[in-house]
Design a protein around this ligand. Sequence first.
Ligand SMILES: Nc1ncnc2c1ncn2[C@@H]1O[C@H](COP(=O)(O)OP(=O)(O)OP(=O)(O)O)[C@@H](O)[C@H]1O
Ligand SMILES: [Mg+2]
Length: 277
Amino acid sequence: MTTTAPTVTDAVKAAVILAITNMKGGVGKSTTTINLAKYIAQFSKQKVLVVDIDAQGNSTATFLSAVPKDALVGSDLFKAELPEGRLPAVASERVHVIAGDRLLKSVDGMVASDNAAARRALYQRFRANLRAVAQGYDVVIIDTPTTAEHRYFSAMVAADFSVTPALMDAFSLSGARDLVQALHDTKALYGNPRHKHVGILPNQFSKRSRLHQSSLEKITSAGIKVVPFQLNHRPAVQDAIDARRAVWEGDSEGRVNRAAGSEWKSACKAILAEVLQ
Ligand SMILES: Nc1ncnc2c1ncn2[C@@H]1O[C@H](COP(=O)(O)OP(=O)(O)OP(=O)(O)O)[C@@H](O)[C@H]1O
Ligand SMILES: [Mg+2]
C-alpha cells in the first residue's frame, strides 16, 4: 500500500519538536509516541529522536532492548550542563532514543510548585538542552509521564507543538479545561508563546458508547481543539506494542489488523500534516 507521508524537507530547517502530553495516565501517550516515530521513519524517511522523560521507560523499552551505558538519558536534559560525549542511543538508522531513566523522578522535587521564576528557569534549561541535542534530527517526539508537572511543563515549553491523547470518559471535560489553563501557562508564564496545540486525540474510543460521544461533543462545544477523528479501542494496538511493532506492521506470520493499522496511519498522517504546515 502506498502512502504519501508529509515530510519536513524544505518546510523547516530546525527539528520540529512535538510533545505528547496528558496529566492523566493510560491514555495512549506512549502508544502515540511509538507509532508516530515509526511512521516518520518508515514513510517520511526522516530522522526521529524519541525523548522519553517517563521513568517507566515504556517508549524506551519498545525501541531498545538495552540502554548503552554511555548513552545520553532523560535526566541529563535537566542538568545545568549536558554531560560531554554522551549521545542518544541508536535504535535504528532513522530512530534514535534518549532513554527514560530512574533519576527522572528527582525532577519532580527540583523546584517548589509555587515558585514561578524557578519553574520557568528549569523548563527553559530543559528546552535549551533539548534544542542543542535536537540538531541533526527532523522531528523530536517527547513522551511524558503522568502527574509530574515539572516534566509536563518542561516538555510543553520545549515543544513547538503538542498532542493530547485522551479518553472520552466522565472526567474528560475537566481534563480538557485543565489543558486550556496549561496551554495558557506554557505561553504566558513559562516562556513559549509560540507553542501550538494540535488537539486532543480521542483514544480507546467506541462509537457505540453514549458517554464517549457526549464527552466528545462537550469538549468540542467548549471550543477546545480536537483532532478530527477518533482512535477506536482495538486489542491489536496492545498486541503491536507487546511485539514492538507499529500497529500497521504484520506479525511474524504476516498477519495485520487492517482496520487498526489504517486508523493509526491516518492519525499519524493527520498529526504530521498539522505539525509541518
Ligand atoms: N486504541 C487503543 N486500543 C486498545 N488499547 C490501547 C489503545 N491505545 C492504547 N492502548 C493500550 O492502553 C494502555 C495504555 O496506553 P499507553 O501506555 O500508551 O498510555 P500512557 O498514556 O502512555 O500511559 P502512562 O501514563 O502509564 O505512561 C496500553 O496497554 C496500550 O497498549
Ligand atoms: Mg506512557
